[in-house]
Design a protein around this ligand. Structure first.
Ligand code: KG4
Ligand code: ZN
Length: 353
């Protein structure tokens, strides 16, 4: 079956052409980091406008790369949520118009289930069951157990900030731009992770919850970037005058220390859960799944536990339409098509015990 995937849930416009027999044929992405960078986060109004401008040319480019005409499309898979409503509407309206024009059935895709399906890319090989999946991105930190395909149970999540969110917030304070996860990963390679002693929040909590909000304050204090006097009404962080000045030479050590703290908590708790539940496979999805240390720690841990480890190629960790096409195809096989009255949703929670 020839599936067209459309993703516009946040700040990346992406279109993919997936052939269920031949695999992924094309996946194009138009990012918006340049537009949002100066605001230090995604501005919803700017995001939906940029999707609107990007989606048409991107569609034509992707079809051309796959060698498809519009009439070749047999299924249209579109992100339904969770995400920014204004952004989701651009993708959904496009998908509905294409479905009307071509007669191809439409299927709405849950963005988080798509991140969980991404480790099956690009060859579409099903993951062994039971499988434990860590979804970790700028908006999510969730540990889900899947005893059989399409059945997920939430066993842990963050009680405050997502892991990617704390990397992005700290990166912003360190002048690394937005989003900062990839830059922290790169700089950390030349840094000393033991230079700054940072906490490992909830590492020994006895459950699978995560908490990253306090880590940001602890890190800024450790770097001496917090604690100085502020002018009334001034929102800027003031360096602690008593601390040694933080300079460019300290940046790599700071990144290595942040990365070590975040990835240790994620990996240790994921591996503990994998052992407790006796899973056959550990999978990783979401933008932070691109992190080299997290991948290394989980791959080593999975080998120790005797289970397989599945992480998407770096390009498919971040938001992309290839995973939407794949999850849409799987959903269509199980539940059939959706109607043109399909509505987007902003939030969604994994089924829990
Ligand atoms: O899945 P995604 O593209 O969008 C969301 O749904 O949030 O994930 C983006 C997140 C950002 O927080 C970004 O800093 C993080 O993924 N990220 C990384 C790396 N590459 C991207 N975090 C750690 N290491 C990386 N190499
Ligand atoms: Zn995502």
């Amino acid at each position: 079956m020839r599936i067209l995937g459309i993703e516009t849930s946040c700040d990346d416009t992406s279109i993919a052409c997936l052939d269920s027999e031949r695999g992924l044929l094309a996946c194009q992405l138009a990012g918006q980091a340049d537009l949002h960078g100066r605001y230090g986060g995604v501005v919803p109004e700017i995001a939906s406008r940029a999707h609107l401008q990007a989606i048409d040319p991107l569609l034509h480019l992707t079809l051309e790369e796959a060698g498809w005409a519009l009439g070749d499309v047999e299924l249209i898979a579109v992100t339904q949520g969770p995400g920014l409503l204004g952004s989701l509407l651009v993708g959904m309206t496009t998908a509905k118009a294409l479905s009307l024009r071509t007669g191809a059935p439409l299927v709405g895709v849950n963005h988080l289930l798509a991140h969980a399906a991404a480790p099956q890319l690009p060859d579409l090989a099903p993951l062994p069951a039971p499988c434990l999946t860590l979804i970790v991105s700028g908006g999510h930190t969730e540990l889900v157990l899947s005893a059989e395909p399409d059945h997920y149970l939430l066993i842990g999540s963050t009680v405050d900030d997502a892991a990617g969110e704390v990397l992005d917030k700290l990166g912003r304070e360190l002048g690394l731009g937005f989003p900062a996860g990839a830059a922290i990963d790169q700089l950390a390679a030349d840094g000393d992770p033991s230079r700054y002693a940072l906490p490992r929040p909830l590492l020994h909590s006895g459950d699978y919850q995560f908490s990253f909000a306090g880590l940001k304050t602890a890190a800024l204090k450790a770097f001496g970037l917090l604690g100085g006097p502020r002018q009334k009404g001034d929102q800027r962080l003031m360096p602690d005058p008593a601390a040694p000045p933080f300079g460019p030479a300290d940046l790599a050590d700071a990144c290595a220390s942040i990365q070590a703290a975040v990835m240790e908590v994620l990996a240790v708790k994921t591996l503990r859960a994998a052992e407790e539940h006796g899973v056959a496979a550990i999978a990783l999805g979401g933008g932070v799944a691109a992190n080299s240390e997290l991948r290394r720690r989980l791959a080593e841990g999975a080998e120790r536990l005797g289970c397989s480890f599945h992480a998407p190629p770096i390009a498919w960790c971040m938001d992309n339409a290839a995973m939407i096409a794949l999850a849409g195809w799987q959903r269509y096989q199980q539940h059939g098509a959706d109607g043109l009255d399909l509505d987007p949703f902003a939030t969604w929670a994994w089924p829990a015990d």
